[in-house]
Ligand binder design. Structure first.
Ligand code: SF4
Length: 296
């Protein structure tokens, strides 16, 4: 995506001036910047959507563990649990959780996923958009509109904040993915542009400071289960925004604060695996066991 601004207010102003929805503004800017038609933009997004659906399908049908053996069959456990009909969640939210784990487990198995915005956070946007589209019977065009909206949020943030745990912690991976999913979900419900931005803002600001501390340097623990949690978290952001609950702090200031928090975060909490969960006694034990296994 080649949207150049790092300011949400700029995009909102264009939307107001042209009386367009945010996804329409995004399509228009992307088409101009890439010198392609808006139809081609949508075709590219459809390709990504199809990849997301394939990853979910493959993940739902696999119990294969990752190479490390640290993860790989949690989605299967959910599938089994839901067959028994026992759940705190409705069918829709069961699917959000399942699709999230299905996708991120595929990533851990080195399967094909759509990094959205990163591989470590790849389960969040697809699970929310696809599971809820299924429950609403939302057609493919609506799903594409949602995914473009989600992409717009991620792109504008990424123009100011590198989306990498190694740079700004997990707030910039799973945090941004949750904000993208929340915004995409509001689009799916035909919420206003302001509600879309507020969904992203509310979600982002409540995840600020999340560290990146993967055990043994693998995108598995805590990343896999974190995707499931963040998917449901994204739904909360959308729900609040669609009740016209607003973020007191505007989104552009939230992103600035995230940049500042990322800069202040210890390098040990930015994917080095030298602190946090990776440095717990259990984390260290797993790291040593894997090192022994791979050195044999
Ligand atoms: S903990 Fe680190 S590696 Fe894992 S998803 Fe978050 S940012 Fe990525």
């Amino acid at each position: 995506m080649i949207i150049k601004t790092n300011n949400f207010q700029d995009i909102l102003n264009i939307a107001i001036e042209k009386n367009k929805r945010l996804y329409e503004v995004c399509e228009m800017l992307e088409a101009d910047n890439s010198e392609i038609s808006t139809e081609e933009v949508r075709d590219r997004v459809k390709h990504i959507l199809d990849s997301m659906k394939s990853a979910i399908k493959e993940g739902l049908n696999s119990e294969e563990k990752s190479v490390s053996g640290l993860c790989g069959n949690d989605c299967a456990k959910l599938v089994k649990k839901y067959k028994d009909g026992k759940s705190l969640f409705s069918k829709t939210y069961q699917n959000v959780l399942k699709y999230s784990l299905a996708t991120i487990e595929q990533n851990a198995r080195m399967g094909k996923i759509a990094a959205c915005p990163t591989a470590g956070s790849c389960g969040i946007v697809p699970s929310v958009i696809i599971a809820i589209a299924e429950s609403l019977d939302a057609n493919e065009e609506i799903q594409i509109n949602s995914l473009i909206t989600a992409g717009l949020i991620g792109k504008i943030i990424s123009n100011k904040l590198a989306l990498a745990g190694a740079v700004a912690g997990c707030q910039s991976e799973c945090g941004v993915a949750a904000a993208m999913a929340a915004a995409g979900l509001v689009e799916m419900y035909n919420g206003t542009n302001e509600q879309i931005i507020n969904a992203a803002a509310l979600t982002l600001k409540n995840i600020m400071g999340l560290v990146c501390d993967p055990v043994a340097g693998l995108v598995e623990v805590p990343c896999v289960k974190r995707n499931a949690f963040m998917s449901i978290y994204a739904v909360t952001g959308a729900e609040l925004a669609m009740a016209d609950i607003k973020s007191v702090i505007p989104i552009d200031e939230i992103v600035d604060a995230m940049v500042q928090v990322g800069e202040m975060m210890s390098p040990k909490l930015k994917e080095s695996s030298e602190a946090g969960l990776a440095a717990t006694p259990s984390g260290i034990k797993i790291t040593e066991e894997l090192a022994d296994k791979w050195n044999q």
